[in-house]
Design a protein around this ligand. Structure first.
Ligand SMILES: NC(=O)c1ccc[n+]([C@@H]2O[C@H](COP(=O)([O-])OP(=O)(O)OC[C@H]3O[C@@H](n4cnc5c(N)ncnc54)[C@H](O)[C@@H]3O)[C@@H](O)[C@H]2O)c1
Length: 666
């Protein structure tokens, strides 16, 4: 059977042979054994719904074994035999070009070059799923191949409920991932209902088919590090020869040294796992490996003296580096941390003074002892950072729950009021006020032809558009514009394309709309093939997350999720090709509601109408909310947008004098 025939058949008519697990695959961790015997029976009963009765006896035994061995039923036997990768859009069997664009994005998120655990349909973050099992993939692709432009496919946490009649202006796919009744949104609820096969953790861009490999995180980290330096440097000073000290060379944290090099500083990144550090070194993401503290101190002094741009991985515990740099009087300009503290008790954060092997043994055999060691390390970690910040280091939390866990461990990280942390998060200080409140966020696109020359042309178009806009931009946003022009001009040489021909940059509503319009014109004139637009969910309007994306909202509404819900609904009737809304992502199940969209540009006037309508809302919804929360930068941005767009009328906040409130007695 050729590729078209395989896609069009969906669940095969002949039971495929059971296959051995591929030897070189990176297997997902075994999931928690959480179901009772009755629930395990229910999980198998649920899985068998996808298949004809004649296969039930054989598959029931196999699926029960998968549940036992891996904690989930992935239905490995049904994984297609063709190579999973984003093919050119014209290679997909489809009646609707929009549907073909979605198929391309689905396959990209499952490409072994892109996905973390491709056999288990996990794209990133350990649990960020595209589908729960291979039957869902097969059915979804079949539906997409049959779909016409007046139908919509509804996906419930990966399960294709079916094609429903809709209209040409409706989304072709509506995705929900992990949507729960709020009282059933604790981490173990995910374990249970995912094991039953009725929900999944879509992370941010895995379950919405919008992940584009490491490029997204490198760009976001670069923007953060550059702007963090701006906060601490005097006018006229640059970052060369200045130190950024952090930890973690794993999935996302591995972007830090690469970003540090682009931001032109000395990055010292501690990593306890020698394999992770070596892998990043081999990939060229970090320049040098050092496993001895004396050598590290000497090398850093030399780099400071020569004002070098260099990234150094220290193989060892980050706490030792903070302490040694204090003793040796090495001044750290920027400090942060990207160990996996969202997962502190199962190996996300390694205690100091014991080996990784011993830690792993304690996790398995003496979890309470391990927990104590993590907590005492966190207290030591906080003390060491405090000594540096007393000397002038700027420390920020990188959304990994460092401050939260350090505070729970009794570390000295609380401010005097006993409510807030001593240090801000990267969104409170940097991305929130400097980017999101002005509408700047991670806009991205994929050239659906798969042709690298198309990507070069889109880079050039984006640069041209941003340069034009920058000439007329107010001072408040000039810096962001310039950073992104520099990024896009250097993007090709940074060699960050993995999988589909994709690009990311931070742009505001005007930038996104004008770039998209210029792409659509270029498609219309035949200069380039079709383009898929999208964005990370970690953006201005897409995500409500009280300790991350909306941590710089101070009116009490950061614990609400109205913005993310309005965003997905609003995008869906303004022309998105697909929309998604997720529980979980980054900070964990139950901690965030996040959504995104995809939009196919095909060069038509209908695409132009849609992009203008949807992108305007997709950014300004969040700016309006941020402005209502009294964020000055957002107030500035929304007023500017209202001048540009007469039909936009947003409720503005009146700011009360503190004195009036201070005189009240309660
Ligand atoms: N807000 C954001 O945009 C953002 C971006 C990236 C990552 N994060 C957060 O950062 C964390 C890391 O993400 P990841 O994908 O890289 O995780 P990961 O688990 O792949 O990597 C973390 C690394 O830290 C290392 N490590 C653990 N304890 C250490 C210690 N004491 N000293 C030195 N190294 C240590 C581990 O060996 C591991 O390689 C997560 O909590 C993630 O949610 C947030």
């Amino acid at each position: 059977m050729n590729f078209h025939e395989q896609i069009k058949q969906g669940i095969p008519s002949v039971l495929p042979e059971a296959k051995p697990y591929p030897a070189d695959a990176n297997r997902a961790p075994k999931r928690k054994d959480i179901l009772s015997s009755d629930e395990k029976q229910l999980a198998v009963r649920n899985a068998l719904r996808y298949f004809p009765k004649e296969w039930h006896q054989e598959l029931a035994v196999e699926f029960a074994q998968e549940l036992k061995d891996f904690g989930r039923i992935y239905m490995y036997r049904f994984k297609p035999i063709y190579y999973m990768t984003a093919r050119p859009i014209t290679d997909y069997p489809a009646k609707s070009q929009q549907a073909a664009a979605i198929m391309l994005m689905v396959d990209n998120n499952l490409d072994p070059a892109v996905a973390q655990h491709p056999e288990e349909l996990i794209t990133y973050g350990g649990n960020g799923a595209v589908f729960q099992n291979w039957a869902q993939y097969l059915l979804a692709m079949k539906y997409l191949s049959e779909m016409e432009n007046d139908q919509t496919l509804h996906l419930y946490s990966g399960h294709p409920m079916g094609l429903f009649p809709s209209s040409v202006d409706a989304p072709r796919v509506v995705v929900t991932n992990g949507m729960m009744i709020p009282n059933y949104s604790q981490p173990d609820d995910w374990e249970k209902f995912n094991a039953l096969g009725v929900t999944q953790y879509g992370q941010m861009t895995a379950g919405s088919f919008m992940y584009i490999g490491p490029q997204g995180i490198v760009h976001g980290t670069t923007i953060t590090v550059m702007n963090a330096f701006r906060k601490v440097l005097n006018k006229g000073e640059n970052s060369q020869g200045k130190i950024f000290l952090t930890a973690g060379l794993g999935g996302m944290s591995g972007a830090q040294p690469k970003a540090g090099n682009i931001a032109k500083c000395i990055t010292v990144c501690a990593e306890v796992n020698a394999n992770a550090a070596t892998k990043r070194h081999q990939q060229g993401w970090v320049d040098e490996l050092i496993d001895n503290m004396d050598d590290l101190v000497a090398r850093v002094r030399q780099a400071q003296a020569n004002e070098e741009v260099v990234s150094i991985a220290y193989i060892g515990n980050v706490v030792n580096v903070w302490e040694a740099f204090f003793e040796h009087d090495i001044f750290v300009h920027l400090g942060s941390d990207q160990t996996s503290l969202h997962n502190p008790w199962s190996g996300g954060y390694y205690p100091v003074d014991i080996s990784v092997e011993e830690s792993n043994r304690l996790i398995r055999q003496e979890p309470e002892v391990f927990k104590e060691k993590v907590q005492s390390t966190l207290r030591r970690h906080a003390d060491a950072i405090n000594k540096h910040t007393a000397r002038g280091t700027y420390f920020f939390d990188y959304g990994n729950a460092f401050l939260l866990e350090a505070s729970r461990a009794g570390g000295d990280v609380m401010s005097e009021n006993g409510i807030d942390f001593k240090y801000s998060s990267y969104v409170q200080d940097i991305l929130g006020p400097m980017c999101f409140d002005y509408g700047f966020g991670p806009f991205r696109w994929v050239c659906a032809s798969g042709n690298p020359e198309d990507l070069d042309k889109t880079d050039a178009i984006a640069s041209r558009v941003l340069n034009k806009i920058m000439r007329e931009s107010p001072e408040e946003i000039q810096q962001q514009m310039q950073d992104n022009i520099t990024w896009i001009d250097d993007a090709k040489q940074n060699k960050l394309v993995v999988g589909s021909q994709a690009r990311i940059l931070y742009a505001d509503a005007q930038g996104r709309m004008e770039i998209a319009k210029a792409f659509n014109d270029a498609i219309n004139s035949g200069e380039i093939g079709p383009v898929v637009l999208g964005r990370d969910h970690h953006d201005v309007s897409g995500t409500d997350s009280p300790y991350r994306e909306t941590s710089n909202i101070y009116d009490g509404s950061r614990f609400t999720a109205d913005m993310a819900i309005h965003n997905v609904i609003g995008d869906s009737f303004r022309g998105a090709t697909w929309v998604s809304i997720h529980n979980g992502g980054g900070v964990g199940w139950g901690e965030v509601t996040n959504g995104g969209f995809g939009m196919l540009l095909d060069g038509t006037s209908a695409a132009e109408r849609r992009l203008k309508s949807m992108l305007l809302f997709d950014v300004n919804n969040g700016i309006a909310r941020r402005s209502w929360a009294r964020n000055e930068e957002a107030n500035f941005a929304i007023k500017r947008e209202m001048e540009r767009t007469p039909k936009l009328k947003v409720t503005l906040a009146n700011v009360v004098e503190d004195e009036i409130l201070n005189n009240l007695s309660f």
